[in-house]
Design a binder for this molecule. Structure first.
Ligand code: NAD
Length: 513
């Protein structure tokens, strides 16, 4: 970890190199067995973080509950001021935090910095939002009555996050939840625990500087068993969970069984439709970045290219040619395009998917494979692969969290391409590359893409914080980040006030005493 300034970054984030769980925040409660975090970049031990036991969890809940009784009374714009200060701290620590994200998760340093930038952006958004948590005013049908609605905080928001966006997903949730008056308990992925402690250290300092209770932000560590403590807990009115569809189905049922709310951000199976009117150069950039960026480990990664048969060979050749120029290696070295997968389990799933695709009749256009030798000692580096496939293959229907791109043809009108694009259980991100207005509008219409995100002349990968982010069908239906996503973090109350000396009933009902 000496190279690329990792040690220095850890120091700036308040993490010792061999860390036994030194968060200054509420994580102090964690006393269980330590999780060791190894970097997929070079296989080195980054640090250790203690897990949360049931008894630790009870202490966290008490702290969070107490903090909420204070925090909900702080006016929303003042809560926004705390989020503003948090955003400032993130600006100061952008480089070390971006570096840790890159080193612990394996995405490129540029993408690590981008992830921290997203945190900063959502803080700015939330600061403005803190003065705009509007409800509506309605006209009462009863004379001398006033009716309006207001939004109140929910209480404790539980956040369960995935390894691939180890810091941004937390910020999308917390920045909004905090201005809404909620307190947050976060369980980061057990694959990226150091990122969790780093973030908790940053917010704990801001809270301390403002004499606010640390319980406004709590951290719990561990695997799904620690996540289950929250999903089964009545004291957590909202569980926001990001991860696989498998996890989402379990979490949704557990939370629904106690009639809690869940916000689910699950897997995608994102496609780009390439029509005869597409700009091929833009298509290649969008598709290649979408498929190999973050080594195919984004929920919005491009998995399928649905190409019109009249331009199929041209697009296929341009994309395979671009793949031959990809450089795979240490993501902290900006000359490389593709970094490692998160761990060797992910490598096995990638290999299994390639075998399955061929068994089902897929034709390999760009072969995959695991890289060995100098610079690849972690065993997590794989070659991005392209397979010609049918949408109906079982393996194509699944999300494999790795750089495998499936190419398929459509013929005739754009409706045929839309049917293929919609013909999967997931519904996160989708795109069409076309300069034909009619095709673009058909893709965006009610009869078009069934995804939460539908782009024209942009790939599927990534999104801006200003829009509501999330997807339909088995992607879970949740929306986070911009637009009016904040409403899920609050409870709505309808208030009617009678300023007369009469008590008229609604719907003209008579009740004389
Ligand atoms: P994962 O489902 O294995 O784990 C995600 C989180 O859920 C982890 O913190 C894990 O400990 C926890 N968890 C797992 N089972 C649980 C249970 N039964 N109860 C409570 N918590 C539980 O996912 P991963 O491998 O970390 O992440 C990759 C997946 O996340 C992909 O499917 C990807 O598409 C998805 N993802 C979706 C979005 C989105 O916004 N839609 C964003 C990022 C990642």
């Amino acid at each position: 970890a000496v190279a690329f300034g990792i040690d220095e970054a850890l120091e700036k984030l308040g993490l010792n190199q061999i860390n036994e769980g030194t968060s200054t925040g509420s994580n102090n409660f964690s006393s269980g067995e330590a999780i060791a975090s190894y970097s997929p970049v070079d296989g080195a031990l980054i640090g250790k973080v203690k897990t949360t036991t049931q008894a630790d969890y009870e202490k966290v809940m008490t702290t969070a509950t107490e903090a909420f009784t204070e925090w909900r009374k702080v006016p929303a714009p003042q809560r926004g001021e705390i989020v503003r200060q948090f955003g400032e701290k993130l600006r100061e620590l952008k480089e070390p935090l971006g570096k840790l994200v890159s080193y612990e998760m394996g995405k490129s340093y540029q993408e690590g910095l981008g992830e921290v930038q997203e945190m900063i952006d959502i803080c700015d958004f939330a600061v403005g939002l803190s003065r705009q948590l509007h409800g509506l005013t309605m006209h009462s049908e009863r004379p001398g009555h006033r009716m309006y609605e207001q939004y109140h905080p929910l209480g404790i928001v539980g956040i369960i996050s995935a390894f691939n966006f180890p810091v941004a997903v937390w910020a999308w949730n917390t920045a909004l939840a905090w201005v809404c008056g909620d307190v947050c308990v976060w369980k980061p992925s057990e694959k990226t625990p150091m990122c969790g402690v780093a973030c908790q250290n940053i917010i704990a300092e801001v809270l301390k500087e403002n004499n606010l209770p640390e319980g406004i932000s709590c951290l719990i560590n561990g695997d799904y068993k620690v996540g289950e403590m929250m999903t089964n807990d009545n004291r957590v009115p909202l569980v926001s969970a990001t991860g696989s569809i498998r996890m989402g189905k379990i979490v949704a049922q557990a939370v629904a069984a106690r009639l809690g709310k869940s916000l689910l951000e699950l897997g995608g199976n994102n496609a780009i439709i390439v029509t005869p009117d597409a700009d091929i150069k833009m298509t290649v950039i969008g598709a290649v970045f979408g498929a190999v960026g973050t080594a195919g480990q984004r929920c919005t990664s491009t998995r399928r290219l649905i190409i019109h048969d009249s331009i199929y060979d041209q697009v296929k050749d341009a994309i395979t040619d671009a793949y031959s120029q990809l450089r795979i290696g240490n993501p902290l070295d900006e000359n490389n395009h593709v970094g490692p997968l998160i761990d060797t389990d992910a490598v096995s799933m990638y290999e299994a998917a390639l075998v399955k695709a061929q068994e089902e009749g897929g034709k390999v256009l760009v072969p995959g494979g695991v890289l060995e030798g100098e610079g690849y000692s972690s065993g997590c580096y794989v070659k991005p692969a392209i397979v010609e496939a049918e949408n109906s293959f079982q393996i194509v229907q699944e999300e494999t969290f790795a750089p495998i791109l499936y190419l398929m043809k459509y013929s005739g009108s754009v409706e045929n391409a839309i049917a293929l694009q919609n013909g999967v259980v997931q519904g996160l991100s989708s795109a069409i590359m076309t300069n034909n207005l009619r095709e673009a509008e058909r893709f965006l219409s009610a009869a078009g893409s069934d995804c939460g995100i539908a782009n024209v002349n942009i790939g599927t990968s990534g999104a801006e914080i200003g829009g509501a982010f999330g997807g339909e069908k088995e992607t879970g239906g949740g929306r986070e980040s911009g637009s009016d996503a904040w409403k899920v973090y609050m409870r709505r109350q309808t208030n009617t006030i009678n300023y007369t000396t009469e008590l008229p009933l609604a719907q003209g009902i008579k009740f004389d005493l």
